[in-house]
Design a protein around this ligand. Structure first.
Ligand code: NAD
Ligand code: 89Y
Length: 343
């Protein structure tokens, strides 16, 4: 099949990683870009040699000539742009967080289903090499059936320097980062039926919460803790590592700082280095995330060509997004939230 032609909307901070990813992905390339900010359009267009440039997404869709769209804007525009893609029957990738609200996210799944187009949420953290390595250990049966887990992301990294909007919204860490950690918890231990959360704001300069602790009841019977913080200073800054502890019927697994994966069972203890690759365009400490961008984009190309559903389809990501909504509801009420009431 010929190379798939993509168009990218939103040429901001993170889109540069996506453009690098598209340059390396097999079977697809970007033929048009759009940003309502002419400066960003020029910077990214010049860097990646893209001559078809638009400041208006509607004009780009009207001109057409692409097989999919990659929406890399911030959350406020996601629903309108996905609806535009559906109206033109163009399969769409949409960055996380899915939408401003669960109602918007459900509407986006409905409109893409009605149009018969694929929708993938760019939920890339489950594609990180260390997370894939954890999944493989579980699938091998090395620790038996997991009954308890902890998914932890604690950092003092200044994310506001590159993404100033993160300090301005009333919701911060769960919607921005915890969404990834909750998705990893679902990916590893399966769907969740109830959740309890507590949040704090430690940094006085921001509007939203920067610490959250969540307790998840999985359908499998496993219990997990998802804890995230951007107010945690440590001797060695772990950004952007997700640390994982799993206890299973036959053994344990620990993914510790420095990308070390330790598995203990009846055969003894084995520690493996599961560091991500440092791709040619990547820079530490972002390389873990940057590699997962290429991996999820390659997955999209392969699935689009094969006509199969993606791992983080709109329908799948609704279940992750419901956990985000549940966490905010639980933190506000102090009560446990049943996920089924939201979906
Ligand atoms: P940004 O503000 O730097 O870039 C967004 C760009 O989109 C801006 O240049 C803006 O002008 C443009 N834009 C907004 N609305 C538009 C519209 N309707 N039409 C055309 N252009 C429009 O933001 P960012 O930091 O690059 O974040 C973008 C998204 O990526 C966010 O949703 C963020 O959560 C996500 N993100 C994901 C990861 C990840 O690992 N998956 C990491 C960082 C950021
Ligand atoms: O926006 C966030 C994301 O998705 O990954 C890390 C991040 O850039 C800052 O929390």
């Amino acid at each position: 099949m010929a190379e798939l032609r993509g168009a990218l909307i939103g040429c901001g901070f993170f889109a540069v990683n996506q453009m690098h990813g598209w340059a390396l992905a097999q079977g697809a390339g970007i033929v048009a870009i759009c940003d309502r900010d002419p400066q960003r359009l020029a910077i990214v267009g010049d860097q990646f040699g893209i001559s078809r440039r638009y400041t208006d997404a509607a004009a780009m869709f009207a001109d057409g000539g692409f097989d999919f769209v990659d929406i890399a804007t911030t959350v406020q525009s996601h629903r309108a742009l996905v609806e535009m893609a559906a109206a033109h029957k163009v399969p769409a990738i949409c960055q996380k967080p899915f939408a401003p609200s669960l109602a918007d996210a459900k509407a986006m799944v409905a409109v893409t289903n009605a149009a018969g187009i694929a929708l993938m949420i760019h939920e890339n953290f489950r594609w990180q090499t260390p997370i894939q390595a954890v999944r493989k250990v579980l699938d091998s049966g090395a620790i038996g059936t997991p009954f308890w887990g902890r998914f932890s992301f604690r950092s003092g990294f200044d994310v506001f320097a590159a993404q100033p909007y993160l300090g301005e919204a009333p919701r911060f860490i769960i919607e921005d980062l915890g969404i990834h950690t909750l998705d990893i918890a679902r990916y590893i231990l399966g769907d969740v039926h109830s959740l309890t959360a507590r949040t704090r704001r430690i940094n006085p300069k921001i509007k939203g919460e920067d610490v959250a602790t969540m307790l998840l009841d999985h359908d499998s019977g496993a219990t997990s803790i998802v804890d995230v913080s951007y107010a945690t200073r440590q001797e060695t800054e772990p950004f952007p590592e997700t640390l994982i502890e799993l206890d299973g019927s036959e053994g344990t697994l620990r993914l510790t700082q420095g990308y070390a994966l330790t598995v203990t069972n009846g055969d003894g203890t084995v520690t493996t280095d599961v560091s991500p690759a440092l791709l040619p365009f990547a820079s530490r400490p972002w390389h873990n995330i940057q590699e997962s961008v290429l991996l999820i984009q390659q997955h999209w190309v392969d699935a689009l060509k094969a006509g199969t559903e993606t791992s983080t389809s709109g329908a799948d990501n609704l279940k992750t997004f419901a956990l985000v909504e549940a966490a905010y509801q639980s933190a506000a009420s102090g009560q446990l939230v049943e996920i089924g009431t939201l979906l």
